[in-house]
Design a protein around this ligand. Sequence first.
Ligand code: PLP
Length: 472
Amino acid sequence: MRWSDFPKWGHWLADWAARYHEGLRDRPVRAQVKPGQTLAALPDTPPDAPQPIDDVIADFERIVMPGITHWQHPRFFAYFPSNASPAAVLADQLVTVMAPQCMLWQTSPSATEMETRMMDWLRQAIGLPDDFAGVIQDSASSATLAAVLTMRERALGWDGNANGLAGQKPVRIYCSGEAHTSIDRAIWVAGIGQANLVRIPLAPGPMRGMDADALDAAIRADLAAGYLPAGVIGCTGATGMGACDDIAAICRVARAHGLFTHVDAAWAGSAMICPEYRDLWQGIEMADSVVFNPHKWLGTQFDLSAHFIRSPEDLTRTLAIQPEYLKTHGADGIINYSEWSVPLGRRFRALKLWFLIRAYGLDGLRQMIRNHVTWAQDLAQRLRQVPDFEIVTEPVLSLFTFRFAPPGHAPEQATLDLLTRINDDGRIYLTQTRVDGTFVIRFQAGQFDCTAEDIDTAYSVITEIADQIRKG
Ligand SMILES: *Cc1c(COP(=O)(O)O)cnc(C)c1O
């Protein structure tokens, strides 16, 4: 295949994309293949001779498509959304065609300057003050790693990269039990060690946020015991049931001890384009670092994570490397975003934000998010009226959890049966979590093309299958 063949296949792709999206409601949301099925359909050895693209495409339909879980299905209510809006997909096609590697300003000035502008648009959109600068990271996990490394270096007087952690006081980081596992991994990778990630107990109340007094007490106890407290990681909308720390309270405690704060709002941050939801992270202006994923709810398909930091100097002091071959001579005052992140190479991600925000406007995106929140709340309300259904955690934005406890059945088994049968049915897709040890089903509304009718379908599927279980 040559570029001269591209128009033919490019047109085919455009038609395929439109047909795929039109037909999504007729497909099961979750892939229904068995483990090993796709692998077995792929030849053991690579071809030596070139093969016609028609054949590759035919095999794509036959082998690959059955094993796809359709994250862009309007009735995807599992995990969190991972939205791809058509405008952002179009932008990504342009980027893919040019495939620039945007590690330095000079390796594509437009990419760097577009990133600066788009991150500032996003900063304004979510209501962060203008002393935050933004950078696009590949994932929230990477942003959190960058923040943890910054905490570590700041606490060690910038000595960790140079001399390692041996002989240093143990660095301590604090978060709640609701915080995401990406934090554990950041702690491991940063050489801090799981034992030095201190889980602060939750304060009473539905938001399941960490107890700020307990945080203060833990930091004091660590100081007295000769540890080196470095930072606090708060969450807004944690993955399980949407837990939200009291950001103002934990930032006050962190500041009093001179600690760095990072807030993980990977999912919920997108909702902050609607001012009425900003109570959930009240005090965010006091944080040192905030991450959220436009690749979740907003519609700039994976991967695009927005990382805002108050002091980019601390971040680049932690991560920048400048060997001779990366120096950009004669270009002063420019930004090289690869100095703000762990990977060196960078794709041109900001373009899809530009297309997204212009094509839908912030108003269009706000409307989408408000609809999802309203619909999820309505569904929780309806399920609450159904006998044997219990709403275990109330909606946080568009996420709530429930369980099914019909008489004569163990609730955990009945809830698991309900979930399994729903996902085998395929019309909707849901996943599970535990809340204080109780097995629950999560429901979140957030897919880009989801409608009120799709939520009605969810209600019908859930109650229909529950009836079947009741009847045995
Ligand atoms: C999804 C999620 C993450 C991980 O995001 P990646 O971009 O996949 O690394 C981290 N924290 C929370 C709260 C999340 O919801």
